[in-house]
Design a protein around this ligand. Structure first.
Ligand SMILES: O=C(O)CCC(=O)C(=O)O
Ligand SMILES: [Fe+2]
Length: 302
């Protein structure tokens, strides 16, 4: 589908647009299947190595990782896009149905930002060391880039891989709080980059439960957060960012790539191996140089 003028106006006015049934099972399930296969292989390895007591084979996608993480927390950290680097995941980043929608707001020259995540938000209390830290405090996505990206439009695309509900920690946003630029944020240890309580806009917030297949488009100045997962299933979701090719992503040390171009179709990155290699090198380099992904000082306000 393509966005209509009504859709575009709604996005302009509200700062977000939730599109129901934007994607099909055929769009999403290859990614899920790839994760299921990986988790299955890792479970077998961990079982053989005596790190877990059970394969949890009978558990569905929504539960199996949590069962394993109760005994071996580290598997959780292998799930995010840049660490996992799945082929189906790479293909999904340029999924036609998705990019047709994105084109309505970004235009015909589209780059996929390296600010891209798959989040397996575990049921609260799953792991002893708290790897279920995907409780995300109020922030704007404009606040997680370097300043160089400030003048440019970056579209956040958020989509659940399983139904996201109030109970399992769906997204909560402040509609219409965009257009005034970036609010001050700070880095709170153990909490993350957030707008300090006393600087929070006073607008009303909106909880956004979403079904698998729905897609949320969000302006980078819309404050949002997500709460605890009080259910017994994992809230699997994906959040991606797209922008006009040539504009800075605000993460120059991580690899972006072109997903669509009408002026230079050759520039679209098709090679999965190249994407993997770029991420691998970038992660190594940024680890070694200790680059700071966010611009904010650590919180000293208490
Ligand atoms: O998925 C979440 O809980 C938070 C995601 C988020 O902050 C984002 O997509 O920008
Ligand atoms: Fe965010």
């Amino acid at each position: 589908m393509r966005l209509t003028d009504v859709d575009k106006n709604a996005f302009e006015n509200q700062g977000y647009l939730l599109i129901e049934d934007a994607l099909t099972i055929g769009d999403i399930d290859p990614v899920i299947n790839e994760y299921e296969k990986y988790i299955d292989n890792r479970a077998k390895e961990l079982y053989r190595a005596g790190k877990i007591s059970n394969l949890f084979e009978e558990q569905p996608f929504e539960k199996r990782l949590a069962c394993i993480c109760r005994e071996f927390e580290n598997l959780y950290h292998e799930m995010d896009i840049m660490h996992f680097r799945g082929k189906e995941c790479f293909k999904f980043l340029s999924n036609k149905n998705l990019i047709d929608i994105v084109e309505g707001l970004v235009g015909p020259e589209i780059t996929c930002s390296p600010i891209q995540h798959i989040r397996a938000k575990l049921p609260e209390g799953t792991t002893p060391k708290g790897a279920d830290a995907h409780v995300v405090p109020w922030h704007q996505d404009a606040g997680v880039t370097w300043e160089e990206a400030d003048p440019y439009f970056i579209l956040t695309v958020w989509l659940p891989l399983v139904n996201s509900t109030v109970e399992n920690g769906c997204l909560e946003i402040m509609p219409r709080v965009h257009g005034d630029g970036l609010w001050e944020h700070s880095s709170k240890p153990g909490i993350g980059t957030t707008i300090p309580d006393d600087l929070m806009p006073s607008a009303e917030s909106l909880l956004l439960p979403m079904k698998k297949g729905d897609v949320l488009l969000m302006h980078k100045e819309i404050p949002h957060r997500s709460g605890r997962n009080g259910s017994d299933g994992i809230r699997w979701s994906m959040d991606l960012r797209y922008q006009a090719t040539g504009t800075p992503t605000g993460r120059p040390f991580h690899p972006e790539f072109v997903v669509r171009s009408s002026s230079n179709p050759q520039s679209v990155l098709q090679e999965y191996d190249v994407w993997c290699r770029r991420w691998k090198n970038a992660l190594k380099d940024s680890r070694e140089s200790g680059v700071n992904a966010h611009r904010w000082e650590a919180e000293i306000r208490g």
